[in-house]
Design a protein around this ligand. Sequence first.
Ligand code: NAP
Length: 489
Amino acid sequence: MTEGSHGRALRFAIVGAGMSGILAAIKLGEAGYRDFAIYEKADRLGGTWRENTYPGIACDVPSHLYSYSFEPNPDFSHIYSPGREIQAYFEGVARRYGVNERIRFGTEITRCERHDGRWRLETARGAHDEVDVVIAATGVLHHPNLPTIAGLDTFAGASFHSARWDHHVSLDGRRVGIIGTGSTAVQMVSALVDRVAKLTLFQRTAQWIAPQENPPYDAEQRALFRSDPAALRELRDQMSRVFAESFSNAVVDATSPQMQTLADICRDNLETNVRDPVLREKLRPSYRAACKRLIISPDFYAAIQKPNAELVTDAIERVEPRGVRTGDGRLHPLDVLVLATGFRADRFMRPMQVTGRNGARLDEAWAKRPVAYLSISIPDFPNLFMLNGPNGPVGNFSLIEVAELQMAYILELVAHIRDGRCRAISPTAAATAAFDAARVEAAKNTVWITGCRSWYLDDRGIPAVWPWTFDRFREEMAEPRLGAYERAR
Ligand code: NAP
């Protein structure tokens, strides 16, 4: 029975056909809802994995963990598989579950307004839809952070952000500069160093690197996973446990022994694998390991020590037509300049203009910073739910596991509407404020607040991500506490 209290089937709009939008569609279908569409601004699904195609891209969560629990993939090639395999995985799942037919490609939702108890959506081309429930599956790191470096637009060679890779630009035998030293840049350095004539890495802040190996699964292992799904499930469960114990739970307790172990691993990697003491000191961060998102790479140090690689730590003064000029007056001549400068992590479903109950505007509600109750919903915005929204566990867990738990929780809330127990549901302002206060307090125990700059931190320097363990997240997602919600009849 999927009819709403008003006697007709509930209509849903899912915004975004990335990992969580595909999940939402599958789970709505399984729950018996039939009336839903996915709006996708691009002409292909995949979100992050569609947009990020830079050389070396892979996911730093093990592939068997970074896949839907209900759709294991015995054929992943590596522990950390390359981006194109992950994209192919999502495309395959979407095909198998009939999700493609639900997607309106090339259709960006620009407005979402509450009218007479429903959500009125407007697309960039002026088309409209009216739905009972909106699921914003719009991703986290998808608005490129473009640096404001003087002269950037005067560069005579090719220049682009890492998430807007221009595959027409040839790299082989050319002089390539990369600005940034996050996970993206590190993967790129290893992938490019043997292809280019010269690779220059402009480092503003050094990074701790954990030397995680990435062996392929051989044919025998993959055959075993295919023939014995239980073995694959067991592997996934084991990965989940190890990931939680050694990393996820460690970073939320800066004093934990596991945190110390991680720090030791990173320090040993630096001491052991960087031979030149001057380079070693340039690569040595001045803050604690995992304060910024920990980078994993088995071969970054080897790559940056190759004769055609150079690590530049002098600040960038400006970009000139021929290359990058640093503060020491040196010009670094380049043919290609890549901006691996990260993303604006506070955007979420924006720039969509969202207007909730009584004219409440999302831009105003989030004027200081994005806040959401349990990362899923916002007071005054009834029947609008987010997957991987603000303040959630985005930094240290498999976002797929996060989205699955969130979607199950959202379905429990939606069941109240479907069963006629209410017409609209949204968290109370008090519950949201209490959650936020507890989150800010708990953030003081995390390693993210121990003295570094990172995309985890909000405008006050407080980590904007889930500061508790994954077990706690699971417990919270197990069942909505109805006292935290307003239910309008
Ligand atoms: P990021 O971690 O935010 O790194 C951005 C880099 O650009 C930083 O080194 C930053 O320096 C530098 N930067 C920014 N503006 C600059 C400027 N004006 N001048 C000089 N340097 C500047 O971005 P990312 O590497 O794209 O990674 C973002 C997140 O995506 C990661 O943390 C991770 O969660 C995810 N990711 C994961 C993988 C993976 O699975 N392996 C791969 C890529 C990305 P400062 O440090 O000084 O700010």
